[in-house]
Write a protein that binds this ligand. Structure first.
Ligand code: ZN
Length: 209
Protein backbone atom coordinates (compact mmCIF):
# COMPACT_ATOMS: atom_id res chain seq x y z
CA UNK A 1 0.00 0.00 0.00
CA UNK A 2 1.43 3.32 -1.12
CA UNK A 3 0.48 5.27 1.98
CA UNK A 4 2.29 2.85 4.35
CA UNK A 5 5.52 3.79 2.58
CA UNK A 6 4.52 7.47 2.66
CA UNK A 7 4.04 7.26 6.46
CA UNK A 8 7.53 5.76 6.82
CA UNK A 9 9.13 8.29 4.45
CA UNK A 10 7.50 11.15 6.40
CA UNK A 11 8.66 9.66 9.75
CA UNK A 12 12.23 9.33 8.47
CA UNK A 13 12.14 12.87 7.10
CA UNK A 14 11.17 14.25 10.53
CA UNK A 15 13.95 12.15 12.08
CA UNK A 16 16.38 13.69 9.62
CA UNK A 17 15.13 17.18 10.56
CA UNK A 18 15.73 16.22 14.22
CA UNK A 19 12.09 16.84 15.07
CA UNK A 20 12.18 13.42 16.76
CA UNK A 21 14.87 11.01 17.94
CA UNK A 22 14.72 7.19 18.29
CA UNK A 23 11.08 6.13 18.32
CA UNK A 24 9.67 9.54 19.37
CA UNK A 25 6.70 11.07 17.57
CA UNK A 26 4.03 9.38 15.49
CA UNK A 27 2.31 9.76 12.14
CA UNK A 28 -0.99 8.41 10.86
CA UNK A 29 -3.06 8.36 7.69
CA UNK A 30 -6.80 7.69 7.41
CA UNK A 31 -8.17 5.58 4.60
CA UNK A 32 -11.99 5.56 4.85
CA UNK A 33 -12.73 4.17 8.34
CA UNK A 34 -9.27 2.76 8.98
CA UNK A 35 -6.28 4.51 10.49
CA UNK A 36 -2.75 3.47 9.54
CA UNK A 37 -0.30 4.57 12.23
CA UNK A 38 3.35 4.16 13.17
CA UNK A 39 3.80 1.32 15.69
CA UNK A 40 4.82 1.47 19.34
CA UNK A 41 8.44 1.05 20.35
CA UNK A 42 10.14 0.56 16.97
CA UNK A 43 12.95 2.99 16.14
CA UNK A 44 11.95 5.12 13.17
CA UNK A 45 15.23 4.31 11.40
CA UNK A 46 14.23 0.58 11.41
CA UNK A 47 10.59 1.03 10.32
CA UNK A 48 9.26 -1.10 7.46
CA UNK A 49 5.79 -1.02 5.77
CA UNK A 50 4.85 -4.36 7.43
CA UNK A 51 5.29 -2.72 10.88
CA UNK A 52 2.55 -0.11 10.35
CA UNK A 53 -0.38 -0.68 12.67
CA UNK A 54 -4.00 -0.65 11.45
CA UNK A 55 -6.82 0.49 13.76
CA UNK A 56 -10.43 1.53 13.41
CA UNK A 57 -11.74 5.03 14.24
CA UNK A 58 -12.28 4.02 17.88
CA UNK A 59 -8.68 2.90 18.25
CA UNK A 60 -9.39 -0.87 18.05
CA UNK A 61 -6.34 -2.66 16.62
CA UNK A 62 -7.05 -4.47 13.33
CA UNK A 63 -3.70 -6.16 12.67
CA UNK A 64 -0.84 -7.68 14.71
CA UNK A 65 1.12 -4.45 15.23
CA UNK A 66 0.77 -2.51 18.46
CA UNK A 67 -0.05 1.12 17.55
CA UNK A 68 1.77 4.19 18.82
CA UNK A 69 1.05 5.16 22.44
CA UNK A 70 -0.75 8.26 21.06
CA UNK A 71 -3.36 6.27 19.14
CA UNK A 72 -6.16 7.78 21.25
CA UNK A 73 -5.05 11.27 20.24
CA UNK A 74 -5.03 10.34 16.55
CA UNK A 75 -8.41 8.56 16.62
CA UNK A 76 -10.06 11.47 18.49
CA UNK A 77 -8.74 13.89 15.87
CA UNK A 78 -10.14 11.82 12.97
CA UNK A 79 -13.52 11.57 14.67
CA UNK A 80 -13.64 15.35 15.22
CA UNK A 81 -12.26 16.37 11.82
CA UNK A 82 -14.12 14.25 9.25
CA UNK A 83 -12.26 15.81 6.30
CA UNK A 84 -8.76 15.22 7.70
CA UNK A 85 -6.61 12.40 6.30
CA UNK A 86 -3.26 12.81 8.09
CA UNK A 87 -1.95 13.56 11.60
CA UNK A 88 1.69 14.34 12.45
CA UNK A 89 2.94 14.52 16.04
CA UNK A 90 6.51 15.46 16.95
CA UNK A 91 8.72 16.75 19.75
CA UNK A 92 10.43 19.41 17.61
CA UNK A 93 12.73 21.70 19.56
CA UNK A 94 11.16 25.16 19.39
CA UNK A 95 7.54 24.01 19.55
CA UNK A 96 8.45 21.92 22.62
CA UNK A 97 10.15 24.91 24.26
CA UNK A 98 7.05 27.10 23.79
CA UNK A 99 4.82 24.22 24.93
CA UNK A 100 6.67 24.17 28.26
CA UNK A 101 5.78 27.85 28.72
CA UNK A 102 2.16 26.85 27.98
CA UNK A 103 1.53 29.88 25.82
CA UNK A 104 -0.36 30.21 22.56
CA UNK A 105 1.29 31.71 19.49
CA UNK A 106 -0.53 34.97 18.65
CA UNK A 107 -0.92 36.74 15.28
CA UNK A 108 2.68 38.01 15.14
CA UNK A 109 3.17 36.83 11.53
CA UNK A 110 0.61 36.41 8.76
CA UNK A 111 1.65 32.74 8.32
CA UNK A 112 -0.07 31.95 11.65
CA UNK A 113 -3.29 32.21 9.57
CA UNK A 114 -2.22 29.11 7.60
CA UNK A 115 -3.36 27.18 10.69
CA UNK A 116 -6.92 28.47 10.30
CA UNK A 117 -7.24 31.47 12.61
CA UNK A 118 -5.60 34.28 14.52
CA UNK A 119 -3.55 32.08 16.86
CA UNK A 120 -2.06 28.62 17.38
CA UNK A 121 -3.11 27.43 20.82
CA UNK A 122 -1.35 25.37 23.46
CA UNK A 123 -3.30 22.56 25.14
CA UNK A 124 -3.59 21.96 28.86
CA UNK A 125 -1.20 19.36 30.28
CA UNK A 126 -2.05 15.66 30.64
CA UNK A 127 0.02 12.44 30.60
CA UNK A 128 1.09 11.23 27.15
CA UNK A 129 -1.21 8.61 25.63
CA UNK A 130 -4.08 9.46 28.00
CA UNK A 131 -7.70 10.03 27.12
CA UNK A 132 -7.47 13.36 28.95
CA UNK A 133 -4.63 14.49 26.69
CA UNK A 134 -6.69 13.63 23.60
CA UNK A 135 -9.55 15.70 24.99
CA UNK A 136 -7.33 18.73 25.77
CA UNK A 137 -5.59 18.63 22.39
CA UNK A 138 -8.85 18.30 20.49
CA UNK A 139 -10.23 21.33 22.30
CA UNK A 140 -7.43 23.61 21.03
CA UNK A 141 -7.48 21.99 17.57
CA UNK A 142 -11.05 23.21 17.02
CA UNK A 143 -11.01 25.13 13.69
CA UNK A 144 -7.21 24.86 13.60
CA UNK A 145 -4.70 22.71 11.72
CA UNK A 146 -2.12 22.58 14.47
CA UNK A 147 -1.40 23.21 18.14
CA UNK A 148 1.21 22.95 20.85
CA UNK A 149 0.85 20.18 23.45
CA UNK A 150 1.79 21.39 26.96
CA UNK A 151 5.22 20.25 28.19
CA UNK A 152 5.40 17.88 25.24
CA UNK A 153 5.51 19.07 21.62
CA UNK A 154 3.25 19.73 18.67
CA UNK A 155 0.61 18.17 16.43
CA UNK A 156 -0.54 19.15 12.95
CA UNK A 157 -3.28 17.79 10.68
CA UNK A 158 -3.88 17.90 6.95
CA UNK A 159 -5.85 16.71 3.94
CA UNK A 160 -2.83 14.56 3.13
CA UNK A 161 0.53 13.62 4.66
CA UNK A 162 2.43 16.28 2.73
CA UNK A 163 0.24 19.06 4.13
CA UNK A 164 0.48 17.77 7.74
CA UNK A 165 4.28 17.43 7.48
CA UNK A 166 4.67 20.89 5.89
CA UNK A 167 2.53 22.39 8.66
CA UNK A 168 4.70 20.74 11.33
CA UNK A 169 7.75 22.40 9.76
CA UNK A 170 5.87 25.72 9.55
CA UNK A 171 4.83 25.44 13.22
CA UNK A 172 8.41 24.76 14.25
CA UNK A 173 9.60 27.85 12.32
CA UNK A 174 6.88 30.09 13.82
CA UNK A 175 7.70 28.77 17.32
CA UNK A 176 11.36 29.70 16.92
CA UNK A 177 10.51 33.15 15.58
CA UNK A 178 8.03 33.79 18.39
CA UNK A 179 10.50 32.60 21.04
CA UNK A 180 12.95 35.33 19.98
CA UNK A 181 10.16 37.90 19.86
CA UNK A 182 9.29 37.06 23.47
CA UNK A 183 12.82 38.12 24.40
CA UNK A 184 12.60 41.44 22.53
CA UNK A 185 9.16 42.23 24.03
CA UNK A 186 8.58 44.52 21.04
CA UNK A 187 6.17 42.46 18.96
CA UNK A 188 3.42 44.25 17.06
CA UNK A 189 0.51 41.87 16.40
CA UNK A 190 -1.72 41.80 13.32
CA UNK A 191 -5.37 42.70 13.94
CA UNK A 192 -8.14 40.06 14.01
CA UNK A 193 -9.65 41.66 10.88
CA UNK A 194 -6.38 41.33 8.98
CA UNK A 195 -5.99 37.72 10.12
CA UNK A 196 -9.55 36.86 8.98
CA UNK A 197 -8.70 38.32 5.57
CA UNK A 198 -5.55 36.21 5.32
CA UNK A 199 -7.32 33.01 6.45
CA UNK A 200 -9.79 33.63 3.58
CA UNK A 201 -6.92 34.22 1.11
CA UNK A 202 -5.33 30.91 2.15
CA UNK A 203 -8.67 29.10 1.74
CA UNK A 204 -9.21 30.61 -1.72
CA UNK A 205 -5.65 29.75 -2.75
CA UNK A 206 -6.10 26.14 -1.59
CA UNK A 207 -9.43 25.79 -3.42
CA UNK A 208 -7.75 26.80 -6.69
CA UNK A 209 -4.76 24.46 -6.36
ZN1 ZN B 1 4.84 12.75 22.01
Amino acid sequence: MRFKKEIIDASKYLLQLQFNIGSEGNISYRQKNEIYITPSGIKTSNLKPKDISKVDLNGKVLNKNKPSSEILLHSWIYRNHKDIRAVVHSHSKWASILSCMRISIPSFHYMVAEFGGNDIKCSKYATFGSDKLSKYVNKVLHKRKGCLIANHGQVTIGDNLEEAVDLSIALEKLSEQFYYLLITKQTKLLSNGEMRKIVKLFEDYKAKH
